[in-house]
Structures are given as C-alpha cells and as structure tokens.
Design a binder for this molecule. Structure first.
Ligand code: FAD
Length: 321
C-alpha cells in the first residue's frame, strides 16, 4: 500500500478540526497504516501545530519557509510535488484552500482526484470504494478508484469522526530543506477578517440558523423569537444574506463565518458543503426541512420533516410554557 499523507489545515497556531478527521479517513483506506501529517507554514505557530500533531500521527513532516507563511496553493503544490512519492495517497480537507490545492496537485502528480468525499466504503478487487456527493448533496455517487497510482482525495470536513486517541507518540521531521525552489505567479497580499457585525455568531453556544426555507423577510421575526426563547443567536445561510435580509456577519459557511456552537438548529437549510463547512466542533444538529430527502438530514442528529413556518412558532410556544 502506498504511503498516506494528510494535509493539516491550521490558523494562528491552531490545527483545524479536519486534522484528526483525516486520520480516520486514512484508517478507512488502510487500517493500521502509519500516516504522515504535512504541516506547512512558517514561524512559531507551525512548530506548535507540528508538535501537537505528533501526538496523533506517527510521522509529521514540517515544511516551514518564510514564503509559506501564508498558504499559497501554488507554492504548497510545488513543495509536495518535490517531496512526496508519485504513488502517494494525499488527503486534503475539502475546504476553500483544499479545493485550490487538490486538483492541481493531482494533475502535477498524475494522480487520480476525487473531491467532496463523504464516505470510504473499503477495498474491493484491488480498488477503493469512495462515496462523494453531487448536485448540492442531492445525489451520492459511489466510485471505485484503482489503487497503485497516486491518489488525491478531498474529504469533506465534518463527514468523518475525528480520531482523538492521540496514541501515536510520533516524531516531527523537518523537510523544509528538501522542498526545493518555490516560486509563484500569484502573490499573497493580506488577510481581511470577516466583519463581526452587531452580533458575533462565533461566540454563541446555540445557533438558530435559517435558510431559504424561511421564504420571506417578515418570517425572520419567527426565528428571532425562537432564538430569544432559547437564549440563542440567529445565523443564516448565504441566500439570506444575498437577499439582504440579514447582515453578512450572520452567514455561516466557507465564504461566511466559521462557528463552533454546541447546538445548531438548521431551519429550512438544504445542507450544502459550503454551508456545513462553516460548522466546526461536531455540535448537536437539529434539522427541520419540508423535504424528507434534503441532504441536511444525513448530517443531523435529529431531523424533522416539517414546514418551518409551522414548526418554529410551535417550538417557541412550548419553550415559553
Ligand atoms: C464559492 C461559494 C461559496 C459559498 N459560500 C456559502 C456560505 O458561506 N454559506 C452558505 O450558506 N452558502 C454558501 N454558498 C451557497 C451554497 O452553495 C448553497 O447555495 C446555499 O448554502 C443554500 O442555502 P439554503 O440551504 O438556505 O438554500 P437551498 O439550498 O435553496 O435550501 C432551502 C431548503 O429549505 C427547504 N424548505 C423550503 N421551504 C421550507 C419550509 N417552509 N419549511 C421547511 N423547509 C423548507 C427546502 O426543502 C430546501 O432544502 C456558496 C456557494 C459558492 C459557489
């Protein structure tokens, strides 16, 4: 079996939740495999993340140069092409950066590429059965991938349980000197943090999140009443912001805020990966949607097939009682 590598996403010296999820993905591909974590960046933050990952991964490759202080996919791709064996299995989270890095890396390594992987169904006849979602999650496709050549997979953040056993006692190997000459046509300029707005949804333990299913701006009041009864804050999916019904600072998702609540109510939200990608920390998810086949139900702890315009006022009334 080829060597398995996991790209560790991190920010401000803190590893993303996907870091330990990729370890579970690797074990589903090859149970008992020694997986190598790839920690890329520069400065003290990258050292901290590399040491933290050594608790979970047998080997951690640290690739740190001033050029990689901000993860430019063009540079990271070059470093990986220079460092990784051609038949490697490379796991990269299906987030905004992973979608940038993964396809080009697969092309450069002449590897197979599969994005938005939500399940690994194991080996079959020398191949690997991989499930991905298409059409905004309305359809799951089951793919048989030939093994033996390179493979780049983008597993969906949150779709795999994290491996929190921390049993590796691994070592950090500095590979910075072997990353080769890196140059990019695209230059990083600055990071612009999302506006916090009137309410900071990233700080709330309970979010009442509304999607297009709320149907009308006037109905947002229903969600606000429910949030008040629950001591929660109202957040939303992108169509609500696009319609200018709520501020951008309330948007959860890959192009909005990353939230880490304990409880997440998804009301009239279909469950696109761009939306769910903004929810971290494995919260308890209650989904209410009038379409019983809505993809959100695959990710929810409790699902209710109902009209939210009836469900929300009833729940508020019960809570008020
Ligand atoms: C580059 C990019 C970045 C993006 N970033 C984000 C992001 O950060 N955040 C984000 O949310 N989206 C983002 N999107 C958009 C994303 O792809 C989806 O289009 C969006 O998440 C869908 O929002 P939704 O679930 O509210 O709407 P829909 O997908 O339209 O779903 C509405 C749901 O409501 C249900 N419904 C309708 N009426 C009712 C009712 N009365 N009662 C109960 N259920 C009802 C429907 O069955 C449906 O499942 C991004 C897209 C792109 C291309």
């Amino acid at each position: 079996m080829a060597q398995i590598f996991a790209y560790i996403a991190h920010k401000d010296g803190v590893a993303d939740d996907s870091a330990l999820e990729l370890l579970s993905v690797a074990q589903k591909i090859d149970a008992g495999a020694d997986v190598t974590a790839l920690v890329v960046g520069d400065g003290a933050g990258v050292d901290g993340v590399a040491s933290e990952m050594a608790a979970s991964y047998k080997t951690v490759w640290k690739i740190a140069t001033p050029q990689l202080a901000y993860p430019n996919a063009e540079l990271v791709r070059q470093a990986f092409v220079n460092l990784l064996p051609a038949d490697s299995v490379v796991l990269i989270p299906h987030d905004t950066f992973g979608m940038d890095l993964g396809p080009g890396l697969a092309v450069k390594m002449a590897s197979t590429f599969i994005s938005d992987v939500v399940a690994i169904e194991g080996a079959e006849g020398g191949g690997l059965k991989v499930v991905r979602q298409e059409y905004s999650g309305m359809v799951s496709t089951h793919n048989l991938v030939e093994m033996g050549q390179g493979l780049v997979l983008n597993p969906r953040p949150g779709a795999f349980a994290p491996d929190e056993s921390k049993a590796a006692g691994g070592e950090v190997v500095d590979k910075s000197g072997e990353a080769g000459e890196l140059s990019a046509k695209r230059k990083f300029i600055e990071v612009v943090e999302a506006e916090v707005g009137d309410v900071d949804i990233t700080k709330s333990d309970v979010l009442v999140s509304i999607g297009r299913g709320i149907e009308d701006e006037d109905n947002i009041e229903l969600a606000e009443e429910l949030a008040e009864a629950m001591g929660a804050v109202v957040s939303c999916s992108r169509p609500i912001v696009d319609a200018k019904w709520l501020e951008k600072s309330r948007q959860v998702g890959t192009s909005g805020q990353t939230v880490k609540p304990k409880v997440y109510l998804a009301l009239g939200i279909s469950g696109s990966f761009q939306h769910m990608g903004g929810i971290k920390g494995n919260p308890f998810i209650l989904a209410v949607n009038k379409n019983p086949k809505a993809p959100i139900f695959q990710m929810a702890d409790v699902g209710v097939a109902a009209d939210i315009l009836e469900f929300i006022p009833e729940l508020t009334e019960k809570l008020d009682e």
